[in-house]
Design a protein around this ligand. Structure first.
Ligand code: COA
Length: 260
C-alpha cells in the first residue's frame, strides 16, 4: 500500500523502507511514524522479503530528527504519547523477524539516530553526521536513544553524546562502536546490497532464530539465554534448511534454502 512519507519497495528478497519527507530533511512527524509502522507490518507479513534496508530519500539526510515543528506546542501528555508512538515504531522494526540494515546516507540526528539504532546493522556514508541534539532543544532523546545507545556502547559514552548534544562524523561514530561500517558516499547502497546478498545466501531459519537469540538474550541472565539458544539450535534440526545445508556441505555443493 502506498504511504505519504515512506517509500516501500521490494527488490527480490530485499525490502527497502525509504523515509521520504524532503522538505523537512525526512524528519519524523506522527504521520511518518504511522507510515513507518505500516511499512514494517507489511514487510513482516511478506514471506518473500528476507532482509530489510532502511534509508532516507535524497542525498542530504537519513532522518534529521523528530519533527520540531510538530513538537514545539505539545503538552506533557502529548509529548509522552509522541515518545510512545516513536517507541512502537522503533520496537516493531527492532522486533522484525528478519535482519534490518540501516543505510545512513546523511544526517542521522535525534530520532534519525534512534531509527538507525533500532536496526540490526548500521552502514553509513562517510558524509553522514550523527548525534543527539535534543538537549540543545530543552528535551532528551525520546525514541529509545537513552536506552539503546547505553546498551550498545556503555553508559559513559552514551552520556557524553547525549549530555553534549554534539554532532559527530561517521568515522567518530564508528570509532565509538556505534556503526558497523563507513563507506564512500557513492558506495553506500552497493555495500549494503552486498551485505544483504551475503545474508540471503545463508539459511533463513537459522538467521531468524539467531536474531531472536541475540536480541532477546540481551535482556536475560546468561543461563536463561543459553537455554534459549539451545532450544533454538535444536529447533533447526526439524527444518529443511538444516538438512539441506549440511547435506550440501557433505556433497560439496552450494545449498539451496527455502526458509522452512
Ligand atoms: N524537524 C522539523 N523540520 C526540520 C528538522 C526537524 N528535525 N530538521 C530540518 N528541518 C527542516 C528545516 O526547518 C528546514 O525547513 P524550511 O526550509 O521550511 O525552513 C528544512 O528542513 C531544511 O533544513 P535546514 O536547517 O534549512 O538545512 P541545513 O542544511 O541548514 O541544516 C541540519 C541541516 C540537519 C543541521 C538542521 O536542519 C538541523 O539542525 N535540524 C534539526 C536537527 C535536530 O535537532 N534534530 C533532533 C530533533 S529532536
Amino acid at each position: 500500500m502506498p504511504y505519504e512519507n515512506v517509500n516501500l519497495e521490494v527488490q527480490g528478497h530485499v525490502g527497502f523502507i525509504k523515509i521520504n519527507r524532503p522538505k523537512a530533511l525526512n524528519a519524523l512527524n506522527s504521520a511518518t511514524l504511522d507510515d513507518l509502522l505500516g511499512a514494517v507490518d507489511e514487510l513482516s507479513c511478506n514471506d518473500a522479503v528476507r532482509v530489510v534496508v532502511v534509508t532516507g530519500e535524497g542525498n542530504k539526510a537519513f532522518v534529521a530528527g523528530a519533527d520540531i515543528q510538530e513538537m514545539q506546542p505539545m503538552s506533557p501528555v502529548e509529548g509522552m504519547s509522541f515518545s510512545q508512538k516513536g517507541h512502537i515504531a522503533m520496537s516493531a522494526l527492532e522486533a522484525l523477524d528478519k535482519p534490518v540494515i540501516a543505510a545512513v546516507n546523511g544526517y542521522a540526528l535525534g530520532g534519525g539516530f534512534e531509527l538507525a539504532l533500532a536496526c540490526d546493522i548500521i552502514y553509513a556514508s562517510e558524509k553522514a553526521r550523527l548525534g543527539f541534539p535534543e538537549v540543545t532543544l530543552g528535551i532528551l532523546p525520546g525514541f529509545g536513544g537513552t536506552q539503546r545507545t547505553a546498551r550498545l556502547v556503555g553508559p559513559a559514552k552514551a552520556k557524553e553524546l547525549i549530555f553534549t548534544g554534539k554532532v559527530i562524523t561517521a568515522a567518530e561514530a564508528f570509532e565509538m562502536g556505534l556503526l558497523n561500517k563507513v563507506v564512500a558516499d557513492d558506495q553506500l547502497m552497493t555495500a549494503v546490497e552486498e551485505l544483504a546478498s551475503k545474508i540471503l545466501s545463508a539459511g533463513p531459519v537459522g538467521i531468524r532464530l539467531a536474531k531472536t537469540c541475540i536480541s532477546r538474550g540481551l535482556s536475560m541472565d546468561i543461563a536463561t539465554g543459553l537455554d534459549f539458544e539451545a532450544e533454538a539450535f535444536g529447533l533447526c534440526f526439524g527444518t529443511e534448511d538444516q538438512k539441506e545445508g549440511m547435506t550440501a556441505f557433505l556433497e560439496k555443493r552450494t545449498p539451496t534454502y527455502h526458509g522452512r
